[in-house]
Design a protein around this ligand. Structure first.
Ligand code: F6R
Ligand code: MG
Ligand code: MG
Length: 366
């Protein structure tokens, strides 16, 4: 049976500041999703949050980029924005960049990750959702899951994975894409995805079968809006078990946090902390960036779950490590490498300050 899993998310208002989502906003989303399920548009759904981002997890049979599903998500976010406005939440409707729906929610602000799959007898799915970071944040963990044998021993000792995986990489600035076959092309792949502010892994495929293994949202909100409107706060869907990495191999890259772009004012590097849904509330210096992981089994499109995968003692060391990494960065205050390089910052006063000081600049004598 062909099932489409669509994860569509938007920041439609923060409670308090940019730290969390309000329960009334989420229950409005729940109400809209329940109606769509009743009307048999959706097979199933799950509404959740990661920090100030509302997340719609939907299953259906209408395929990717389907107008009905995208419009349902758009209408849900519009209805949620009305609630957010009534509660005077911060930045109500912040990610909805246009006034009217125009056929496809991509390019309108919300983040989208969708995959159409032939559901396996046991279809294990992990959905990652992040707050206070950008779409390139998935590059490192996806590389570890699908190309690094020190993370995923299945690449070495499981015959059904030994041929490897192919990575589809998007140049988010030039709107181009390129594919790499791994393991042969890992050095070429890393040339690009190591520059995660520009190149983002959009999808991963199992090479022997051609099956999709992972898909991420690669929207760059700031580029869509042409001005600062918040970080992407991306999502990523990963299939696990069988000819894909095991759940433990898929979660393992987050056991040692790495620095990602985002955090305060979308203009800093900070550690990506793996947390439970309840702890996905960025507070310290509006962060540090968070990632949650919800696990489901699919049963004819029904979402059996979720299990809150990072709500586990084995990720406590990762959280402690991340907090120490956060302290180290915070000690730098407004200096790099805590602050992002000039052309990556979402907030800057450089043009105004340069303008003000124009006449005070003098050429250096050699
Ligand atoms: C980062 C983020 C926050 C805000 C900051 C200022 O992605 O959402 O750090 O940038 O709180 O917010 P505004 O400009 O909305 O007052
Ligand atoms: Mg926000
Ligand atoms: Mg957010």
């Amino acid at each position: 049976m062909k099932i489409t899993l669509s994860v569509i998310k938007a920041d439609i208002g923060g409670w308090v500041g940019h730290s969390d989502s309000h329960p009334e906003v989420l229950s409005k989303a729940e109400e809209m999703m329940a109606r769509a399920k009743q009307n048999e548009i959706l097979i199933d759904y799950y509404v959740t949050k990661c920090g100030d981002d509302a997340q719609l997890i939907m299953t259906h049979t209408m395929g990717e980029e389907n107008r009905v599903i995208h419009e349902l998500a758009w209408d849900t976010f519009i209805a949620c924005t009305d609630v957010a406005k009534k509660l005077r939440l911060h930045g109500a409707g912040q990610d909805l960049l246009t006034d009217a729906f125009s056929g496809n929610i991509k390019g309108m602000g919300p983040g989208v990750a969708e995959m159409e799959i032939e559901e396996r007898a046991a279809e294990t799915i992990i959905i990652y959702m992040a707050d206070k970071t950008s779409s390139g944040a998935w590059n490192f963990p996806l590389y570890k899951m699908f190309a690094d044998p020190f993370n995923t021993v299945g690449l070495v000792i499981a015959g059904n994975m030994h041929t490897g995986f192919a990575f589809e990489v998007h140049d988010v600035k030039e709107h181009k894409k390129v594919a790499f076959n791994c393991p042969e092309e890992i050095y070429d792949l890393l040339v690009f995805i190591g520059a995660s502010s520009r190149f983002a892994v959009k999808a991963v495929y199992h090479r022997d079968s051609g099956d999709i293994a992972a898909v991420s949202s690669t929207q760059k909100l700031c580029m869509m809006a042409g001005r600062y409107v918040g970080k992407d706060d991306p999502v990523c869907v990963v299939r696990a078990q069988g000819h894909f990495p095991a759940v433990g191999e898929v979660l393992e890259p987050f056991a040692h946090p790495i620095y990602v772009e985002g955090w305060m004012r979308g203009s800093h590097y900070g550690p990506l902390i793996p947390v439970s849904v309840a702890e996905s509330t960025p507070t310290r210096f509006d962060g540090p960036p968070r990632v949650i992981a919800l696990g489901f089994q699919l049963a004819n499109g029904k979402l059996i779950g979720p299990r809150d995968m990072f709500d586990d003692i084995s990720f406590e060391n990762a959280r402690a490590e991340a907090n120490m990494m956060a302290d180290t960065m915070r000690n730098h205050g407004p200096f790099e490498p805590h602050r992002l390089p000039l052309d990556e910052m979402e907030y800057t006063t450089m043009p105004q300050v340069l303008n003000k000081l124009q006449n005070r600049f003098q050429a250096l004598e050699d």
